[in-house]
Ligand binder design. Structure first.
Ligand code: SIN
Length: 277
């Protein structure tokens, strides 16, 4: 197995391993180390059925129950799909993951990682962008680091301030998804101990104890800073890719910039995380 960095701060490409076969303990340790150090793992040349994806991700942790069961695979509901062929109830096309976000931050224990495995890809476009919010936090002026220390953001399923609209939860899923949770805007990674900016424009309704007039511009400024190109790794998908990222220290977004006559379809699974601190 070969592991190669992809930018100077984010991303590692992994070749020479077949996740459908047993992975030796040294390789498992190396993959987990690379995941913590590089935040995005791009494991090339995989061809995994849903049950094999589930078995493979056990190398990294426990599966997290995703919120919107509408996207669960009938035969393997812990795996959801992402597809450009779904539509909003009013008929508009739904592109999952458009707009910067971190996954399921409206959970009390949001997923530490998300894993996608490409099943069908457009000929070009449909990249996933990642922004390293630990690097972005380190680059903040000390005055801003002090200003946001201790601030708690209110996360909900769908922020009323978000320009991106999510597909609503089925009634059965609503019962298990919290109405609102509070998370620190600066979180410390439980494994690397690095601090990162933890914000989510799709889910954050406000900042505890702060007027929207102050909170929304602050969140906007932090988002612009955190997603600057110098903190990004942009993933151009190849057939066979399995990509896993760390939601604790990254924002990410999908791009719906390709020929919609072509299908973009990926399996998605998440891994259980901790209470952000
Ligand atoms: C997501 O936000 O989970 C989807 C990312 C993608 O489809 O590229």
């Amino acid at each position: 197995m070969e592991i190669r960095p992809m930018t100077d701060h984010t991303g590692a490409e992994v070749r020479g391993i077949d996740l459908a076969r047993p992975v030796p303990p040294e390789a498992k340790d190396a993959l987990n180390r690379a995941f913590i150090e590089r935040s995005v793992l791009v494991i090339r040349d995989q061809s995994l059925r849903p049950q094999e994806v589930l078995a493979a991700v056990e190398l990294f942790g426990r599966v997290f129950q995703q919120h919107n069961t509408k996207f669960a695979l009938p035969d393997c509901p812990q795996i959801h799909y992402l597809s450009n062929q779904d539509r909003y109830p009013d008929g508009r096309r739904y592109i999952p993951g458009e707009g910067w976000h971190t996954d399921h931050s409206n959970d009390t224990r949001p997923p530490k990682a998300t894993v996608l495995h490409a099943v069908s890809l457009p000929d070009r476009g449909g990249d996933t962008q990642f922004a390293n919010t630990a690097a972005a936090y380190s680059a903040l002026p000390a005055t801003m680091q002090e200003r946001i220390a201790g601030l708690m953001a209110i996360h909900v399923y769908q922020s009323s301030h978000s320009t991106r609209q999510l597909i609503g939860l089925p009634e059965t899923a609503k019962e298990r998804v919290p109405n609102a949770v509070l998370h620190p805007m600066v979180r410390t990674h439980p494994e690397s101990a690095r601090k990162s900016i933890y914000i989510n424009p799709i889910r954050i309704e406000g900042i505890r104890g702060m007027d929207h007039k102050e909170a929304l511009p602050l969140l906007g400024d932090l988002l612009v800073h955190a997603t600057a190109e110098r903190f990004q790794y942009r993933h151009a998908w190849k057939p066979g890719d399995l990509v896993m990222w760390d939601n604790r220290c990254l924002l990410h977004k999908a791009n719906g910039d390709y020929d919609m006559e072509q299908t973009r379809y990926l399996y998605r699974v998440m891994l259980q995380g901790d209470v952000p601190r």
